[in-house]
Design a binder for this molecule. Structure first.
Ligand SMILES: [Zn+2]
Ligand SMILES: [Zn+2]
Length: 170
């Protein structure tokens, strides 16, 4: 019976931590994530970011909050938070690329989903829903346009407001 070949120890990389560099941000602790973006993990930032993490875990395609909404929810965890602190921290998290930004109509929203995507806005309840439109800028590029950023906003009624939401399962 052949024995498994034993590789010489010298083939093992001297710095075994190097193999961890492929981990995604989701694998890192919140403190590491913030540090990687040049920010200290303060209790305030942690409370504000967790509001978005909670919204994303409840409905990943619908985690968009205005600064005021984020303030009201973060204050539940950390009652001493001031509005100014929350507004500043939201700006810092967005600048660091940890939150996305969606400009109006309506108040500017912060987005837990930081991968490129588009939105559907319900004109009745004003909720934003993430939409994937894969080839919208590719089509323009093929026609010779230099696309520098893209955000498509579709508007109408969400299923709930249109009154045709799927029936709840018994
Ligand atoms: Zn709606
Ligand atoms: Zn979004």
């Amino acid at each position: 019976m052949p024995l498994p070949s034993v590789r010489p120890a010298t083939l093992i990389p001297a710095n075994s931590m190097a193999s961890r560099s492929a981990s995604t941000p989701a694998d890192l602790s919140f403190a590491q994530l913030l540090r990687a973006h040049g920010l200290r993990a303060t209790a305030q930032r942690r409370a504000i970011y967790s509001v978005f993490a909670d919204a994303a875990s409840a409905d990943a395609a619908n985690a968009h909050l205005s600064a005021e909404e984020a303030f009201q929810q973060a204050r539940v965890q950390l009652p001493e938070l001031s509005r100014a602190t929350v507004y500043n921290a939201l700006g810092e998290l967005a600048e660091a690329g940890l939150l996305g930004l969606v400009e109006g109509p309506g108040p500017r929203r912060f987005d837990a989903n930081v991968t490129p995507h588009h939105h559907f806005r319900c004109r009745c309840c004003h909720e934003l829903h993430d939409v994937e439109l894969g080839n919208v800028d590719v089509t323009l590029r093929e026609r010779g346009f230099h696309v520098e950023s893209s955000h498509v906003l579709l508007e109408g009624l969400c299923a709930r407001c249109a009154g045709d939401a799927p029936a709840e399962l018994p």
